[in-house]
Design a protein around this ligand. Structure first.
Ligand code: NI
Length: 238
């Protein structure tokens, strides 16, 4: 699968950890930002983030590696094309046109949409792990002209309406409140959904971070008629 860099990425670690299958690895605390990863120390004394799924737990904080791994990240510029090999916890192992390989955060990549109809599983938790910030919808799938977008909500969004379409909200995590001018607000917990009718002014908000799957036609702008600072770039895939 191919992807294009949305913005520059530069590797964060000068000396990335690496281990081979069978090697002993010390496993420390999990990463709060990237829960699929933990702080690890390899036999050579080097330390860094490693995927928990790549090791099997042993005793006293030690584990043995189930497969080869390197934490090497890839340097790439906005607009560069890369070949994606494998996804893990919001990161892609990628190969640059110049032959270099390394990890890239999914949040920096626009995937080729045609590959989203290959019948494969789309893991929403992995996608969410790759989304930086709130009120920045990311497309995870498309069916006919309808897009499925993930968005993190915290605080108040802006009052707006969509004159040409209804808008579906399915809450995956947390609690979402949608206020209306002309009727009671609706409060949705994880596993609940609603349809905001077209043309009806609404204002989503969440006290604590909330994760939502939006379903709406391709091309819908998040702030509708209102515009303003919270208007997000459209049609960005993750
Ligand atoms: Ni809306």
């Amino acid at each position: 699968m191919r992807a294009r860099l949305l913005r520059d990425y530069r590797s964060q670690y000068a000396n990335p950890i690496a281990f081979a299958a069978g090697e002993r690895v010390h496993v420390g605390a999990a990463d709060s930002e990237w829960p699929a990863f933990a702080w690890m120390r390899t036999g050579d004394g080097n330390e860094g983030w490693g995927p928990l799924a790549y090791v099997a737990a042993g005793d006293a904080g030690h584990a043995h590696a189930l497969r080869d791994y390197t934490a090497r990240e890839l340097d790439a510029d906005a607009g560069d094309e890369v070949e994606l090999v494998e996804e893990h916890g919001g990161w892609w192992w990628a190969r640059h046109a110049d032959g270099a390989t390394g990890w890239l955060p999914a949040s920096h990549l626009q995937l080729d949409a045609t590959h989203r109809r290959d019948g494969g599983a789309i893991n929403l938790a992995d996608k969410l792990a790759g989304i930086d910030g709130t009120f920045s919808p990311r497309v995870v799938a498309e069916m006919n002209d309808v897009q499925f977008k993930l968005v993190k909500v915290r605080g108040d969004f802006t009052w707006h309406r969509h004159d040409h379409t209804d808008e579906a909200f399915l809450v995956l995590h947390g609690t979402l409140r949608i206020a209306y001018r002309d009727r009671d607000a609706v409060v949705l917990n994880a596993g609940e959904m609603t349809i905001v009718p077209r043309g009806v002014e609404h204002c989503p908000s969440a006290q604590d971070e909330c994760h939502v799957l939006l379903v709406e036609p391709r091309g819908v702008i998040n702030t509708g008629d209102a515009g303003g600072a919270l208007t997000a770039p459209n049609d960005i895939w993750i």
